[in-house]
Write a protein that binds this ligand. Structure first.
Ligand code: GH3
Ligand code: MG
Ligand code: MG
Ligand code: MG
Length: 298
């Protein structure tokens, strides 16, 4: 969330927008829309932290807009507070069942509106913090498997629209059990951290993403990257890890810490599940293992 949260006010009457803006401007950045369809457009563009929503509007009414916001994966978490002249219990029940977090009747009581907005923003901040923690690997600070899978699904949806390339790299530290047995688990943890940092040095494009997928396994998403591009990133990762020069004296053929990698590339199509990329990359990773480790298979 920004230092100053952004609040989207949706109301067909400009006077209502002015009243609520005046109330909230000292603490928040305000944007507004005078219709449901305009609100959907603005919300998609700016991703507000909270939405104040009128119900009675020409065209799409507030109930319908709320329902649509809740169906949109990118906007579903944004708290919606109805601010409406409809003061019947049925209206309030319908508003809350359409996905809104709260319901305030107009004319608004300034202090009540301010407090409710502040409370819901604080709860949203805590929810976001929890969601972030749940998707972060504590050892390396990288995203974890949950974040990777969420991002992969989002990228597949996005790239399927243009049939773009997507590459996924899976990699696994070679003979890591041996490393732990020789140097201990604390050193093992340190090794995983150093490998993580080395992998990140090979990623240069803005949308590239690397996660700790499991114990000593990592997975990377390279959007809009074809086979050649992904193979050179994977080869660079292999070299970056080798160049760390971490000893692994107990290891089979090699004498240092190395990684084996698998690269899966394809054009995105609607309906292709994320698991296909992951299982293909994993299968290719195991070919690298069988072929002698410290190598890339595509
Ligand atoms: P291979 O080359 O076939 O991958 O052999 P390997 O020994 O790396 O594979 P294996 O799957 O047998 O062993 C993985 C080891 O990684 C076993 C497990 O104890 C260790 N490991 C997994 N997570 C962690 C961790 O967070 N910290 C440490 N220190 N070790 C971990
Ligand atoms: Mg209205
Ligand atoms: Mg391993
Ligand atoms: Mg493993």
């Amino acid at each position: 969330m920004n230092a100053r949260p952004v609040i989207l006010i949706v109301d067909d009457e400009i006077i209502n927008i002015e009243i609520m803006s005046c109330l909230l401007e000292p603490e928040y950045d305000i944007c507004f829309a005078k219709s449901g369809s305009h609100a959907l457009e603005i919300a998609g563009q700016i991703g507000p932290d909270l939405i104040l929503l009128d119900i009675v509007m020409p065209g799409m009414d507030g109930y319908e807009l709320c329902r649509r916001l809740k169906q949109d994966e990118a906007l579903a978490d944004v708290p919606v507070i109805f601010t409406t002249g409809l003061d019947g219990l049925d209206d309030e029940a319908r508003g809350l069942s359409s996905g809104a977090i709260d319901y305030v009747t107009k004319p608004v009581q300034p202090e009540i509106l301010r407090r409710r907005v502040a409370n819901h923003l604080e709860m949203k901040r805590m929810r976001d913090q929890l969601a972030d923690l749940a998707m972060t690997d504590a050892l390396t600070g990288l995203g974890n498997r949950r974040r990777l899978e969420k991002l992969l699904r989002a990228e597949l949806r996005r790239l399927a629209r243009s049939g773009e390339w997507l590459s996924v790299i899976m990699l696994d530290i070679d003979f890591f059990k041996q490393f732990n047995d020789t140097y201990g688990h604390l050193e093992g943890d340190g090794c995983i951290r150093k490998v993580a940092a080395a992998l990140c040095r090979s990623l240069h494009r803005e949308g590239d993403f690397c996660a700790r997928y499991g114990g000593e396994e990592f997975a990377c998403i390279l959007p809009e990257t074809d086979f050649g591009g992904a193979m050179s990133v994977a080869e660079d990762m292999r070299r970056q890890v080798e160049r760390l020069g971490l000893p692994n004296s107990g290891a089979g053929a090699a004498s240092g810490v190395t990684v084996s990698l698998g690269v899966a590339t394809g054009r995105c199509e609607a309906g292709l599940p994320a698991e296909i990329w992951l299982s293909n990359a994993d299968r290719l990773l195991y070919q690298s293992k069988r072929a002698g480790r410290n190598r890339v298979t595509g």
